[in-house]
Each structure stands twice: as C-alpha cells, then as structure tokens.
Design a protein around this ligand. Sequence first.
Ligand SMILES: O=C(O)C1=C[C@@H](OP(=O)(O)O)[C@@H](O)[C@H](O)C1
Ligand SMILES: C=C(OP(=O)(O)O)C(=O)O
Length: 408
Amino acid sequence: MQYSISKTNKVLEGRVVLPSSKSISNRVQIINALSNSFEPIKNLSDCDDSRAMQNILFSNTNTFDVGHAGTTMRFLTAYLSKIVGEWTLTGSDRMKERPIGVLVDALNSLGAQISYLEKEGYPPLKIFGSNITGKEVELKGDTSSQYISALLLIAPTLENGLRIKLKGDVVSRSYIEMTLNIMEEFGVKSEFKGQEIFVAKQAYQRIPYTVEGDWSGASYWWSFMALASEGKLYLDGLRRRSFQGDSGLVPVFEKLGAKTQFSKRGMFIEKKESDCKKLVYDFLQMPDLAQTFAVCSCLKGIPFHFKGLETLKIKETDRIHALITELGKLGYVLHEPAEGELAWDGERKEEDEKIVIETYHDHRMAMAFAPVAILRNDVLIDDPQVVKKSYPEFWEQLKSLNFEVKEI
Ligand SMILES: O=C(O)C1=C[C@@H](OP(=O)(O)O)[C@@H](O)[C@H](O)C1
Ligand SMILES: C=C(OP(=O)(O)O)C(=O)O
C-alpha cells in the first residue's frame, strides 16, 4: 500500500496531541516489572514497541517476539536473564541483523546464561534466567547505548549493585542519562562520572507515573513548519525541561525556519524566515533526528554536513543508505564524506519520473519524508503503516491539519 499526500495551500495551522515517548514507556514498564509494581502508568505509549513490551511482560508463555523494537529486545535480554526460567527472545528479520553481542557478553560475564540460537552475536537468544551475582562489568560504548541502559535498569536489583566501565567512545549518551534520570524519579540514585557508572543495590519506589510526549515524533511537525509558507501549530504534551535528548532540536530548527515558544503544557511552533547557508551538526546525542533534518534541509535547499551518525547503519534499516537512495529519487545527490557522516553539497541530478519513497520497515523514513507534501503532491510513500512502531496516530493527525491522505 502507498499513500499520496497533498494540501491545497502551504499554511499550517492547528493543534497536535503528541504520542507518548516509547523510550520512556519501555523504561518505566521494566522498572514496574522489576519492582512488582502495579501503580498506573499514565499516557503509556500505544505504539508497537511499547505494546510488544507490555504483551511480553504480561504473557505466560516463555517464547517472545519483539518485532522491530530495539529497546524491547535489549531491555528484556537483561530483565529475563535474572528472572528464573528458560526464555526464548526473538524478533523480526531485521532484529536478527541488529547486534546484541556486547550486551550478551556483559551479562554473561556477570553470571547470566545467554546463548545464541542462530547467528553468534545476534538474536534470537536462549536465556536461562538465574541469580546474577557479578558486580562490575566493562563494555564498549560505541555500538548502542541501549545495552548500557538495559544493564542500568536491572542494576539496583542485583545483589551487589553494579559498576559499569565504558570503553571507547560512548554513543547516544543522552539516552543513558535519560535512563538514570528516570531511575532517579523512582528513587534510585546513581553516579555517572566520565566513563564509569555506579548503581548500588537499592529498591525502586512504587509510584504512579505519567509518560511525557515524544520529542522524536514531534520533530516531524517542526520540519513541516520549516517548509510551510506560514503557520502556527500548538504541540501538546512536551515539557521544556525534558529527559529526552531530542529536545535539543529547538535551536537547530530555529536555524532552518521554525521557531518555538514554550507554554505550560506544550509549545507553539511558528514559521520564521531562515538565512541558513549550510547546516553543520553532530547528531551523536540525537541519532533519531538525522532523517528529519536531512530531508528538511534538502527540501529547503540548504546544504548540510552531518556527523555522529555511526549508529544509523544498525537501526531499523541502514538509514545512511536509505537516505542517499530515497533523497536521490528527488534529485538530491548525497554522499558519505567519512564513516558516520552524511553530506549534501547542493548537487542535483534529474529526479525519478515517478517518485515512490520506500520506507524499509523504518517508521522514521515514512515520517521524515511526509513533509514533502507541503511542497508537492506527486510523491508517494510506500508501506505508510510503518509509523505504528512509534507514532500510530501520525496519518490521522496529518488529516486533521487539512492534508489529504489517499490510499493508492
Ligand atoms: O534507549 C533508547 O530509548 C534509544 C536509544 C537510541 O538507540 P542507540 O543507543 O542504539 O543509538 C535511539 O536511537 C533509540 O530510538 C531509542
Ligand atoms: C532506532 C529506533 O528504535 P529502536 O532502536 O528502539 O528499534 C528509533 O525509534 O528510531
């Protein structure tokens, strides 16, 4: 199935209630499970990744399929390794290509019993849950922060607490900080200094929790606004001071042509002129926004040089390859100046005669390209329902802002 999206004018006005954060939802669900808490989680995300976590935590079988959900896979690997029983944890075909060896090695060195059912270093996993007694672990920080968050979430429940020593560069550090901040909201203290994190054994408090809106999902509305001719949108559900690193998008979009005004419950975003000649930015703390900004910059004709994209090749798809290919269809010639970098110098080529944007089972490909509809109505988005991974209401909300979304 494909969607054709169009709008009769370039004015963007209205209100959007943002989806809740899947990253926060999955952390809070694990914390509640670890502390046997039945306190309510308000505004829990209803996206696929969060539902996968919920279904598995409340299931009474021992074989679980996480689908495409990275955090669900990684957090449950750590969680199940300390729950007595024999568990099988698998996922989609793509999940079987996303590495997990660093986390499995770390857990096994602490006393867990995890083995691979197919390819060494990748899901599916066989987990014999038992008591984990180790108290110190060293692991590489340059592949995915989710391995570190997974260890941190179980850390206060281990007999001896946990000291984590990170080796090498640490990617997506903002997500590690998000984990520690959420743990603190549940009463757990930690120390994060340089390359070392320490969490002593302590109890999570059982508290009701309200999940914040999702800054990553919100980014697409800034992109729409930066491309609109005029407009004002009210975004409901975000906090100004957020644990989500993606809240760092505000000053970057200010450069691209969308300004932000904070209010008590949410914020207004408004169109502003941009005189940006080139966008140079390091996305190491906001990896999920690289697609939003790459598409928006090209459509605005603003050349860019992005760094800090080392993790993009092992996400829902190889996002570097996907961006080069799909923006190529629109006539933008992107290149990779070095590992972890992506650039557009302004070079154009003839665009495809019929443009169908492939989404590669990646929700962010669909949502990052949707703002094209502000400028033209002849671009089709393939497999648009991929958005359910993080933002099930995305297309309906677009319709409520007077976009026509037609199934082809
Ligand atoms: O911990 C999290 O909630 C996430 C961490 C990031 O992954 P990496 O640490 O693998 O970059 C991010 O891309 C993902 O969408 C969510
Ligand atoms: C990378 C993402 O998710 P995950 O790694 O949790 O599958 C994402 O949502 O962009």
